[in-house]
Design a protein around this ligand. Structure first.
Ligand SMILES: Cc1cc2nc3c(=O)[nH]c(=O)nc-3n(C[C@H](O)[C@H](O)[C@H](O)COP(=O)(O)OP(=O)(O)OC[C@H]3O[C@@H](n4cnc5c(N)ncnc54)[C@H](O)[C@@H]3O)c2cc1C
Length: 406
């Protein structure tokens, strides 16, 4: 049985960052990873470019039941701290849109390779294909059972992530180890995830992408809205605006709320402007079918549902009048889509909920219940917006673990 100074479970963003900073601070660190390679989520992130952080770190981009904890974690650990860490491992960053930061190479693999090199350089022992199956705590020592034998350690960091993306290593195990040691969990739901609808018309529109606006209604009440791409699919709807709304939808569906989206397919045109545009296009006496006439302004696949939801009576261009145009405009700017599910953890980038942060010291990430037990990254009840905020939380909580060691 090997007795280690510090064991870290999970070689994702948080575990790798914590391993490097802890080893630099003099710990002998063993990093255990169940996958056959480290950093699988980093590798696929940002469509292979890795949206590593965001320049504009702000408390309201993070979510969890304990905002005070998040605020304390972020205090002094903004973007600059993360940039400094990456500079120290030899990775330069560049800025994209909306403060999104990327490695200068625009390759996620360079992030993982430089993290791995630095971890090994400072003496971290990385063991892949090593699944932790149980943890016992006795006489100030943790006994860690793994698929490669038993190990013991004084300090244990759970950086095993969330349930999101099980195909990349997302797992329940960290939550199970923590609850066995007395920690409690905040309910976990998929977030940054595609939404499902049972309405048949979306299937017929699969592949259509528009720059739109999605408003969320729960039990008929307006909740919030997001602007951006709307992508119709054979299961429902995706696109950036939808991913941004999904946290709210996921939580509300879990609460048995009836969720409906109202889609504005032309948010750049006001109701008046669109009405005038359409009225101007009507040629007197034209026999052109309404569906063909509408192809002059909108994607063909969307026309059937717009006409159906609008209840427009006109069949040809010449039958259009102000009243019928008003109905069409209303449908284009308020297309209704009921949502009955999400694509689940399999489709999610992150999970809401996790370890109750009231039980964790925000300065050091140490458990308030079990001494020398630490948490970092997405296992905690904190999730961020799209745009690099989730990685930010993983890097900075990884760095904070090391604070105790100075
Ligand atoms: C497709 C996709 C794209 C994303 N893109 C971005 C992006 O561009 N920007 C951004 O900020 N965020 C992005 N995210 C979210 C981001 O990847 C996560 O928030 C972040 O990786 C969390 O880091 P973590 O270290 O806490 O957990 P993880 O990265 O999930 O690491 C946890 C590790 O623990 C291992 N593990 C779990 N249980 C055990 C066990 N019992 N034994 C051994 N090992 C175990 C897992 O295999 C995993 O490697 C994306 C996520 C996905 C799925």
């Amino acid at each position: 049985m090997n007795n280690e100074n510090m064991i870290i479970i999970g070689a994702g963003a948080a575990g790798l960052c914590a391993a490097i900073t802890s080893a630099r601070a003099g710990q002998s660190v063993v990093l255990l990873e169940q996958n056959n390679k480290i950093g699988k989520k980093i590798l696929v992130s940002g469509n292979g470019k890795c949206n590593i952080d965001n320049k504009y770190i702000n408390l309201n981009r993070f979510h969890g039941q304990n905002p005070n904890f998040i605020e304390e974690v972020l205090e002094g650990y903004g973007f600059k701290a993360v940039e400094k860490f990456f500079t120290s491992i030899g990775l330069e960053l560049v800025e994209g849109k909306e403060g999104k930061m990327f490695p200068m190479s625009l390759q996620a693999s360079s992030v993982v390779e430089l993290l791995e090199y630095e971890a090994k350089r400072v003496g971290v022992q990385i063991i892949c294909d090593c699944t932790v199956t149980s943890i016992e705590r006795k006489n100030n020592t943790f006994t860690v059972e793994t698929s490669q034998g038993t190990k013991t350690c004084e300090k244990l960091l759970l950086a095993s992530g969330s349930l999101a993306a099980p195909q990349l290593g997302g797992s329940n195990s960290g939550y199970a180890f923590a609850t066995k040691m007395g920690h409690t969990l905040i309910p976990r739901h998929p977030s940054l995830v595609q939404l499902c609808s049972e309405e048949n018309w979306v299937k017929a529109c699969a592949g259509v992408k528009v720059a739109g606006l999605a408003q969320l209604y729960a039990n008929g009440e307006y909740i919030t809205e997001k602007k951006g791409d709307l992508l119709f699919t054979n299961y429902g709807i995706s696109g950036l605006a939808i991913l941004d709304l999904s946290r709210e939808v996921s939580t509300r569906l879990a609460n048995f709320d009836y969720c409906e989206l109202s889609l504005d397919l032309m948010p750049e045109l006001s109701k008046e402007k669109l009405t005038n545009l359409l009225l101007k296009r009507i040629k007197e006496g034209s026999e052109k079918p309404l569906t063909l006439w509408l192809q002059g302004v909108i994607n063909k696949k969307l026309i059937h549902i717009i006409v159906e939801q609008s209840k427009c009576k006109a069949k040809t261009e010449k039958e259009l009048n102000r009243k019928e145009i008003n109905k069409l405009v209303h449908a284009i700017k308020n297309l209704k889509l009921s949502i009955n599910d999400t694509k689940g953890f399999q489709g999610a980038e992150v999970a809401t909920g996790g370890i109750n942060t009231k039980e964790v010291n925000p300065q050091t990430m140490e458990s308030k219940l079990v001494s020398n037990l630490f948490f970092a990254g997405e296992i905690l009840d904190v999730d961020g917006d799209r745009g690099g905020f989730n990685f930010h939380f993983a890097w900075v909580t990884g760095m904070r673990v090391n604070k105790l060691l100075h």
